[in-house]
Design a protein around this ligand. Structure first.
Ligand SMILES: *Cc1c(COP(=O)(O)O)cnc(C)c1O
Length: 241
């Protein structure tokens, strides 16, 4: 089987799972966006996904992504792929990320908010981007900030900062179910935090939750964006999981 057929078959399986999870939760599948996570996979895979109608892609590292974005443009000049950053982000990478990402889902500190706001401003002035940079605040669901994410008690204050930044647009909340905690319990917590945040920020409607192994449970708890890598693209080399 060629790679295109392989990806088409995997996509059909993932879409079936999303449809079934939505049916079980009494939700409309149109409310759940599939975001392919293409980290460690080559630009030609992103191009094939675009051919299959998937025009969003997510990356976890700036250095890998920046090169891949350029390659995909060369491979499919007409396809306007929207790139998302979902991995831990060092402030000194903000400048670069603001040039290729439409949305950063992994914003977890006030200092990163300030750096991204400045970076988005510079990218607009430099002509590398139009419009504000979309932001999801990432919640830490195990309270261990070393693993990324903002502790739940500080999430609202962080969201306030994003909303106040002139070049950023607060779009919602992202979370990763920690190892060793039942995903359902983690997503219930995340969903409650997202609802709380929406009271003061009604535009923050996105809830990015669920990966290949647990997205059914995330959909049951209101996820609007499932970030799917391995179920779509296959196994990654162990080191970069
Ligand atoms: C790699 C990654 C994913 C995708 O994980 P899979 O288990 O391969 O679906 C989702 N979210 C983030 C933040 C990731 O880094």
């Amino acid at each position: 089987m060629g790679r295109r057929d392989e990806l088409a078959a995997a996509l059909a399986r993932v879409c079936d799972r999303i449809t079934a999870a939505c049916a079980a939760a009494g939700r409309d599948p149109a409310q759940v966006r599939l975001l392919p996570v293409t980290k460690t996979f080559p630009a030609c895979d992103v191009a094939l996904l675009a051919d299959l109608g998937l025009l969003d892609a997510a990356e976890a590292r700036d250095s890998e992504a920046a090169a891949k974005v350029a390659e995909v443009i060369a491979l499919r000049p007409g396809a306007a792929v929207r790139w998302h950053m979902v991995g831990r982000l060092q402030r000194n990478k903000s400048r670069s990320v603001a040039q290729w990402a439409v949305q950063v889902q992994s914003v977890d500190s006030a200092r990163l908010v300030a750096a991204l706001d400045r970076a988005a401003c510079a990218a607009r002035e430099g002509g590398q981007r139009r419009g504000a940079l979309g932001v999801l605040v990432q919640a830490s669901l195990d309270g261990d900030p070393a693993r990324g994410g903002c502790p739940l008690p500080q999430l609202e204050a962080l969201a306030d900062r994003v909303a106040a930044a002139s070049q950023l647009r607060l779009e919602g909340v992202m979370g990763i179910a920690p190892l060793g905690i039942a995903p359902g319990a983690a997503f219930a917590q995340l969903s409650a935090a997202a609802q709380q945040l929406r009271r003061s920020h009604p535009g923050a409607v996105e809830l990015s939750a669920g990966m290949s192994g647990d997205f059914e449970q995330a959909i049951a708890h209101g996820s609007t964006c499932v970030r799917v890598g391995t179920a779509l693209l296959g196994d990654r080399p162990l080191a970069s999981r």
